[in-house]
Design a protein around this ligand. Structure first.
Ligand code: NAD
Length: 357
């Protein structure tokens, strides 16, 4: 067996339908009493449900800031920080996807306030010590153990409204974390267990959700899988797939989960010659793969009825060269060396929406 280092994720996880009712107890457990609630404008109505749950626990929220938005712009964080100060909040509760959780992290790392997350997508930010922020149109990412939220409440009931299309792409976003954990340089056997179990749970539940978004069992299974995949993202370094998505998303303003979904089979195909054992493991947890992980993924994406080309999201053909330039200009570890021409071809296939090979 390969030598490895393993650091356990210290967050507290409360999982299950109705678990959001324990929010008051979780806040009291932290010896706090005045939570500031965070959401996007789109989820303002949903997050208001937390106010009565907190009132039942004799907790009066300090306030609600519902201006979280994509890429955690610092001007929004500055406004939220002022609101936090004025409201007298002693902790923050982020309710939503990666965008809202990003704002919660940005407030928590600047103020030292405890951060409780209630994730409503499968993106996985709640389990990572990573924060991406945008200032003057430039996105920077940093990692610090203090960024990791202390408490995460996974309540399936709040994922029921996640639209089918976003459920599919957000779920594949989660699968991507686990896939890259399987070949991560700092990988370890515990993460491999989490990764394979996470992929299996999502690959079996997402097609059910796309056909019946109200299937609670499938939703629960997907959320369980998303948690495991998120732990992978928070524990080991990512490689080509995540770097490519970061480059594409940041440089060409492409949507996060959809970009992950399009790129994943192509990134795996690029790395496949150097990771034969991982390809076998992956094939075993992807239904209808016939021993071929790329085929398994293609079957899954077909069932999920997702868009397959970056051109569908406004990327121009001439951006393919630019993307390849950026992707090779910033060297990082990957199982296969980052070579410009093959990578350019990989990006072109992502752009065109061709099958991965
Ligand atoms: P998101 O948070 O941007 O949400 C997308 C939209 O869906 C928003 O309008 C949101 O309000 C809505 N939504 C979310 N849950 C819903 C629900 N249950 N019902 C109805 N609407 C709902 O999307 P995301 O994919 O979760 O997050 C993407 C962002 O998170 C990106 O900026 C990405 O960089 C970041 N991210 C960061 C990390 C990290 O570790 N730092 C990890 C993953 C993602």
């Amino acid at each position: 067996m390969q030598p490895f280092a393993y650091t356990a994720n210290p967050s507290r996880v409360v999982f299950g339908s109705g678990s959001v009712k324990k929010l008051g107890d979780e806040i009291k457990r932290l010896n706090k009493s005045q939570p500031l609630l965070l959401s996007t404008p789109q989820q303002k109505d949903q997050v208001q449900a937390l106010e009565s749950i907190l009132n039942d626990a004799q907790i009066a929220p300090a306030g609600l800031f519902s201006e979280a938005t994509m890429h955690t712009p610092t001007h929004v964080t500055d406004k939220a920080l002022q609101y936090t100060k004025d409201s007298g909040a002693d902790c923050v509760v982020s309710f939503g996807g990666g965008s809202t959780i990003g704002l919660g992290k940005a407030i928590s790392i600047r103020t030292g306030l405890e951060h409780v997350c209630i994730p409503t997508t499968y993106a996985g930010s709640e389990m990572t010590p990573i924060l991406g922020e945008t200032a003057d149109g430039k996105k920077t990412t940093r990692s610090d153990p203090k960024i990791l939220p202390g408490t995460v409440i996974y309540d399936v009931d709040f994922t029921m409204t996640l639209p089918e299309a976003l459920s599919a792409t957000s779920g594949v976003n989660a699968i991507a974390h686990a896939v890259e954990a399987l070949y991560a340089r700092a990988g370890n056997p515990v993460m491999t267990l989490f990764a394979l179990e996470g992929i299996k749970a999502l690959a079996s539940s997402l097609p059910i959700i796309v056909n019946n978004p109200k299937d609670v069992d499938a939703r629960s299974k997907a959320q369980y899988g998303a948690w495991l995949c998120a732990m992978c993202l928070g524990s080991v370094g990512m490689a080509l797939h995540h770097k490519l998505c970061h480059t594409l998303g940041g440089s060409f303003n492409l949507p996060h989960a959809e970009t992950h979904t399009i790129v994943l089979p192509h990134a795996i195909a690029y790395n496949a010659p150097k990771i034969p054992e991982v390809m076998k493991q992956l094939a075993e947890v992807l239904p209808e793969s016939d021993g071929n992980a790329i085929q398994g993924l293609s079957v899954l994406l077909t069932k999920l009825k997702v868009k397959r080309g970056l051109k569908d999201f406004g990327m121009k053909e001439e951006d393919v060269d630019k993307a390849a330039e950026i992707a090779v200009s910033n060297p990082y570890w990957n199982p296969r060396d980052i070579e410009k021409e093959p990578l350019r071809e990989t990006i072109r296939r992502c752009w065109a929406g061709e099958e991965a090979r």
